[in-house]
Design a protein around this ligand. Structure first.
Ligand SMILES: CC(C)(COP(=O)(O)OP(=O)(O)OC[C@H]1O[C@@H](n2cnc3c(N)ncnc32)[C@H](O)[C@@H]1OP(=O)(O)O)[C@@H](O)C(=O)NCCC(=O)NCCS
Length: 182
């Protein structure tokens, strides 16, 4: 049975990259899109290692940038498989930025990418189960189950809300907002 299961450690992946001036936005800080692209790459590497297969990004849970990343800092992304379903995996990513000049490092954000393994016919394919070896790994797995439930409920609520937007009563909400309807 163990042969169809893999440890979290098996696929843990990190990437580190120096933030060069070409990555800066007009405010001189690193573009959020540069970090998102790095996150997508590390999520792919981690998920495809666990699955031993090609994977696609299906969904990204909330990404909040708590602190800006400066040009000249070294950014490290740490990725682990937190949860596996049948064909999907939730990869948790922790982003750390290190400033050599000040000798400090900061945890700038964390995010969760849902990745799906695909077979040679581009169909979702079964991924190995996960061996949880620490209480932190168990907590992350449970947290991912809860997050999936919440995401499903949110999707359902948004579907109902979209239908309600069509009714006149809902459009009265706009009267209290900073917009004009022309
Ligand atoms: C996501 C995708 C694989 C779903 O394919 P599907 O044939 O509908 O397959 P399923 O409904 O069986 O879903 C497959 C898995 O994805 C999960 N999934 C689908 N949509 C999801 C979403 N919005 N959020 C989280 N998980 C999702 C399902 O829960 C299922 O997980 P499980 O097998 O672990 O239970 C397919 O829509 C796809 O390939 N999308 C494009 C992905 C892509 O190209 N990404 C790169 C963007 S450039």
């Amino acid at each position: 049975m163990e042969k169809d299961y893999r440890t979290v450690a098996f696929s843990q992946t990190s990437i580190t990259e120096l933030m060069i001036p070409a990555y800066a936005n007009f405010g001189g800080k690193v573009h959020g899109g540069i970090l998102l692209s790095m996150m997508d790459k590390v999520a792919y590497a981690c998920a495809s290692k666990h699955a031993s297969n090609y994977c696609v990004t299906v969904s990204v849970d909330q990404v909040d940038f708590w602190e800006p990343v400066e040009v000249g800092e070294m950014v490290t992304m740490l990725a682990s498989v937190n949860y596996v379903g049948k064909t999907s995996m939730v990869v948790g990513i922790k982003v750390i930025s290190e400033n050599f000049k000040t000798g400090t490092s900061k945890h700038t954000n964390s995010s969760y990418f849902t990745m799906v393994a695909k077979d040679d016919n581009n169909k979702p394919t079964l991924v190995p189960g996960l061996i949880l070896e620490t209480s932190v790994q168990v907590k992350r797995f449970l947290k991912a189950i809860k997050q999936r439930e919440i995401n499903k409920q949110n999707a359902e609520q948004m579907r109902e809300a979209r239908l309600a937007f069509l009714s006149d009563s809902e459009s009265s909400i706009l009267k209290h907002e900073r917009c004009v309807v022309r």
